[in-house]
Design a protein around this ligand. Structure first.
Ligand code: UT7
Length: 349
């Protein structure tokens, strides 16, 4: 059986740099608070007239395809991971196919909704399709346009200061040599609403109306959009930051060790760990837990914030461009986020 390799990789971030002080000018927050709690110094926000989740994904994909030396006609499967799609439906997979002018080849397009671990889930799906021989050139994209859907008032500050926009992409191909050594995926829906954007949706107040919102929106009788939502009270993402933080610092090391143990390896064997960029404090915690040196962990949340499904491929591409990933290196990817869903991948480069 063949392995799957990353044949090309690329990223795109909007030009528009938003500093912490820019946010402090519109809500009650400060540069000091954001840096101390998250490590973030600045992030990129897209421009409404210029960028969407799809177009950013397309720009990253063009770079990945060019580096892989493949033509549009070679791509036989598209996987798109995002929680901030251009449309509720159809998904960004078909939109990126159109944006890249690839529709004539009629390659299948799959959208995955696994938030921060979307890229890891996509990588695992692609790996299975390559290993079974069904596809030979898979385009996997993670892209997010968070800035269009955040609450930039003080009410939403614990969420809105964290997230940024951007996209990353890889082209995956079969290889005789490893390759992706393994992927480990997990989920636990117990706390689904603790990091979530639930409106508009068809839940109709599903088991949380009264407790969470102080009113029972079931009384609106299954309405997809309610007046309350339009009034802006519950249209934004919600995050129980402390619960997410506590769970993340447990699950990240667990799933990284799981991947290493499957291969009979240990943390000291890792050449570089690319963790999902959720919070610099989370990355530092993982680093300490696994006793990794600074040069074994790549962080760029300081410059881009948390770009959810895009964060791993952006960081991976940056590390590769910086010469930190060489042939034979053991690269470990890991992510945790909403769902909760989490995962890891070990790649022999
Ligand atoms: O990628 C998806 C996964 N997401 C994550 O991994 C995020 C995990 N969680 C976190 O990163 C952290 O929980 C946050 C950065 C979101 C929040 O940091 P925290 O240290 O957990 O703060 P907190 O929520 O406990 O809030 C502490 C205080 C509160 O004020 P009081 O009640 O102590 O007076 C908040 O209202 O900080 C306040 N606060 C802020 N103050 C200034 C919350 N957000 C802000 C803000 N600026 N942006």
């Amino acid at each position: 059986m063949s392995f799957t390799k990353i044949a090309g990789l690329g990223y795109y971030v909007p030009e528009n740099v938003v500093k912490n002080d820019d946010l402090a000018a519109i809500m009650d927050t400060s540069n000091e608070w954001i840096i101390e709690r998250t490590g973030i110094e600045e992030r990129r926000f897209g421009t409404r007239t210029k960028e969407t989740t799809t177009t950013m994904g397309a720009r990253a994909a063009e770079i990945a395809m060019q580096r892989a030396g493949v033509e549009k006609s070679d791509i036989d499967f598209i996987i798109f991971a995002t929680l901030s799609p251009d449309y509720f439906f159809p998904g960004c997979g078909v939109l990126v196919q159109r944006e890249l002018k690839m529709t004539e080849y009629e390659a299948p397009a799959l959208d995955i909704r696994n938030q921060c671990s979307g890229f890891l889930y996509g990588l695992s799906i692609a790996d299975q399709f390559i290993k079974t021989g069904q596809y030979k050139n898979i385009l996997l994209i993670g892209s997010e346009m968070h800035s269009m859907g955040l609450d930039f008032t003080t009410r939403g500050r614990n969420v809105s200061v964290i997230f940024g926009d951007g996209a990353g992409a890889v082209v995956l191909q079969p290889s005789d040599e490893p390759g992706i050594l393994n992927t480990c995926l997990h989920s636990d829906g117990t706390h689904a609403e603790e990091l979530a954007s639930i409106n508009p949706g068809s839940h109709s107040g599903y088991h949380l109306g009264t407790e969470r919102f102080g009113y029972d929106d079931r009384k609106y009788g299954g309405t997809f959009l309610t007046q309350k939502m339009w009034d802006g009270e519950d249209l934004y993402p919600y995050m129980n930051g402390q619960l997410v933080f506590k769970t993340a610092v447990t699950k990240f090391p667990e799933v990284i060790l799981e991947a290493l143990q499957k291969q009979g390896l240990s943390p000291s064997d890792i050449s570089i760990l690319i963790p999902h960029q959720a919070n610099l404090r989370i990355s530092q915690f993982i680093q300490r837990q696994l006793k990794l040196r600074d040069d074994q962990v790549w962080n760029n949340i300081q410059r881009y914030g948390n770009t959810t499904a895009a964060s791993v491929p952006i960081a991976l591409t940056e590390a590769w461009e910086a010469g930190k990933i060489k042939k034979g290196d053991l690269v470990c990817l890991a992510a945790f986020g909403s769902g909760f869903t989490w995962g890891s991948a070990l790649i022999r480069w």
